[in-house]
Design a protein. Structure first.
Length: 410
């Protein structure tokens, strides 16, 4: 009996060693569990004709393996969904601290590489604003939520997907190269990362293009400054276009007789929720240039956009605050009566501008204007120099015979 028990033990528990597999996936040791689930997912080859074969036991193990695979997939899918929700909120709020808090709530340190991958992949289909926010986010999380190995594994997974990503985003290789270079400059990837990539990650033309792009960006002079601004240069260059586009939406809204749905659709298409305060600021300034009827229409539009939660009350407050901060410029550019016009605007904004903000703004507008400082008096002109100044004794004089007498030497 003892021999039979030993034989059964060798065949079932020790089959993994006979197959050349590492116990516990290489992560175990005495009194440890190893990598969660990996040992259970291994299937030992047991012959059903073996006397030690137990069909019920093997069926139970098969069911366990299936359940673990499903659980693994469910956990990963759930984590991906949470990543997308966190990123979507971050693109709106731009608050790094909130991302840290949410990731800590999720409490899945082993899946952080997936967050890195999802961040980059999601940003590929966005604009340069979101790409800059993504690079800044990944850099900011290095001290709090994500470790070095998660960054490297996350970017490895991005490179794995590049051949598929170019199908939806044709310039994905170039964009991934930009992200890689920025990650090196931000010191979340080591400088040797690009030169030590496995062959499998540089096998396709798309992967080679991404890595080549990153390496080229990291060559030459002023690398840090150049790569750090790889997204923000484009953002700043498009800021004027964005403001013009916002003004056009508002002007067309007035010209069309107040089509709120069309204005809302156009604002959504701009896809810049982080700077909607600019839209409010431009709307208020445009209203100051127009008649009372147009101001009322613009106010109605802002109220509708706040009700639809497309523009937050915080952005409304910021937009009005920007106009108050530029009172003197508005008085010069629009009208000396801007204070009165803004007071009328604030009355229209009762329903969507926070009451405390509105009260403070009205109080500020009610203050008497500070008198401009008098211009400084022009400086007195220096007296005109004498065309024939008397000669100093130091320079001597000429006598009647033309001889020069130098008194200084005497």
């Amino acid at each position: 009996m003892s021999g039979k028990k030993e034989e059964k033990h060798d065949r079932s528990h020790g089959a993994a060693y006979l197959a050349g597999q590492t116990k516990k996936g290489g992560a175990g040791g005495k009194y440890t569990w190893g990598v969660p689930g990996t040992g259970d997912l291994q299937q030992a080859a047991i012959d059903p004709s073996d006397p030690a074969y137990d069909s019920e036991e093997e069926d139970a193990k098969a069911e366990m393996r299936t359940a673990l695979h499903k659980m693994h997939g469910d956990v990963q899918a759930a984590f991906k969904a949470k990543c997308l929700a966190i990123l979507d909120e971050y693109y709106r709020s731009e608050e790094l601290g909130e991302v840290v808090r949410l990731l800590q709530e999720v409490n899945e340190p082993g899946w952080m590489y997936e967050f890195v991958k999802q961040s980059v992949v999601t940003a590929l289909e966005k604009h340069d604003r979101e790409r800059e926010l993504t690079s800044s986010l990944l850099s900011g999380l290095s001290d709090t939520a994500i470790g070095p190995s998660s960054y490297q594994l996350g970017f490895n997974r991005v490179l794995e997907r590049v051949p598929d990503l170019v199908l939806d985003t044709p310039n994905a290789s170039e964009l991934v190269g930009n992200f890689l270079a920025r990650a090196v400059v931000d010191e979340i990837l080591p400088p040797a990362f690009l030169s030590q990539l496995p062959e499998a990650l540089t096998a396709t033309p798309q992967q080679k293009e991404a890595v080549s792009k990153a390496k080229s960006l990291l060559e030459g002079h002023h690398v840090g400054e150049r790569v750090s601004n790889i997204w923000s240069n484009n953002v700043s260059s498009s800021a004027k276009k964005l403001k013009r586009a916002m003004r056009t939406i508002l002007e067309e809204y007035l010209a069309d007789g107040g089509d709120q749905r069309e204005a809302e659709r156009c604002l959504r298409e701009l896809n810049v929720p982080g700077v909607h305060f600019q839209f409010v600021k431009i709307a208020v300034a445009l209203g100051l240039e127009k008649k009372a009827e147009d101001r009322s229409r613009l106010s109605t539009l802002l109220a509708a956009l706040v009700k639809e939660q497309l523009i937050s009350e915080a952005h409304v407050a910021s937009g009005f605050r920007c106009c108050l901060d530029q009172l003197s410029d508005l008085e010069k550019d629009i009208s000396p009566n801007v204070r009165q016009l803004l007071t009328e605007w604030l009355e229209l904004a009762k329903g969507y501008l926070p009451a405390d903000v509105r009260t403070r703004a009205l109080a500020e507008l009610a203050k008497p204007k500070t008198a401009a400082a008098p211009a400084p008096a022009p400086a007195a002109k220096p007296a005109a120099a004498d065309a024939n100044p008397p000669k100093s004794a130091e320079h001597g004089h000429h006598d009647s015979h033309g001889k020069h007498h130098d008194h200084a030497k005497k």
